[in-house]
Design a binder for this molecule. Structure first.
Ligand code: NDP
Length: 252
């Protein structure tokens, strides 16, 4: 399918060493892209790289904390030196965090906003000149159902993910003329390390499953198709959109 062919393209996936990031990284690699896994945990990076290489695809890992600007610069430099360019950026790294808003500690707010939102801008800024000079690029930012809904429990997370949608739209407007499409994916409830606690809590798990029209959690590989679509020329006239992949959660 030439519309979805990513042969010759290079993708950076932040937090690509597990969960949703790895699901998307695998999808991009299967579609032909060379993949750079950018994560903090080197053992997880190595395992992810090995699993993608084992399928016959080009992949390298870079130790990167997305909250550290120097790590972002170094990740882009490594990508350029290993593969000669950066065509696709997936801003997936994220953490949850919160507490009752009336007692919320500023340090928690800062950490969640730094990792989930500020890093997205920084990574986009680091990749933009290379995409622009190459004639275009694709940026995919990972939002959440909390991009759309409020949360009494994780207000910094919801604020950061709401911000992801608006940042996505702003960058899409700014960079459309550079042929850089900037879009977001909004996952519903997906079985990963981040949601393991929610899945272990039977009452909460039942609530989510009942609230989700599909009647189940998703799995990380179910984000791969949306990732490939938004990374490929199939989506060249789509920019600034937020695509839910959520088993119907956001429309029920
Ligand atoms: P995981 O906890 O499985 O993965 C999170 C990933 O982010 C890890 O690879 C982790 O890498 C990385 N990460 C966290 N902080 C940093 C950092 N400072 N620098 C670099 N990497 C970092 O969670 P998910 O796969 O579920 O989450 C992936 C994204 O999807 C997040 O943005 C999350 O908010 C979003 N999401 C998840 C949903 C779900 O139901 N699972 C629903 C909606 C959105 P490392 O271990 O190396 O730190």
């Amino acid at each position: 399918m030439q519309w979805f062919d990513l042969s010759g393209k290079t993708a950076i996936v932040t937090g690509g060493n597990g969960g949703i990031g790895l699901g998307i990284a695998r999808g991009l690699a299967d579609a032909g892209a060379r993949v750079v896994i950018a994560g903090r945990n080197e053992a997880k990076n190595e395992a992810a790289v090995e699993s993608i290489q084992a399928s016959g695809h080009a992949c390298v890992g870079v130790k990167c904390d997305v909250a550290i600007p120097e790590d972002i610069a170094a990740t882009v430099e490594t990508t350029l030196s290993e593969f000669g360019g950066v065509d696709i950026l997936v801003n997936n790294a994220g953490i949850s965090g919160g507490g009752a808003p009336e007692r919320l500690e500023e340090a928690v707010w800062d950490e969640v906003l730094d990792v989930n939102l500020k890093s997205v801008l920084r990574f986009c800024q680091a990749c933009h000149p290379h995409m622009k000079s190459a004639g275009g690029g694709k940026i995919i930012n990972i939002g959440s159902m909390y991009s759309l809904f409020g949360s009494a429990v994780v207000s910094p997370y919801a604020a950061s993910k709401g911000g992801v949608i608006q940042l996505t739209r702003s960058l899409a407007v700014a960079w459309a003329r550079h042929n850089i499409q900037v879009n977001a994916i909004l996952p519903g409830w997906i079985a990963t390390d981040m949601t393991a606690g929610a899945m272990d809590n039977k009452a909460f798990y039942d609530l989510i499953v009942t609230r989700t029209p599909a009647g189940r959690f998703g799995v990380p590989d179910e984000l791969a198709g949306a990732g490939v679509f938004l990374a490929s020329k199939a989506s060249d006239f789509a920019t600034g959109i937020s695509l839910p992949v959520d088993g119907g959660y956001s429309i029920s």
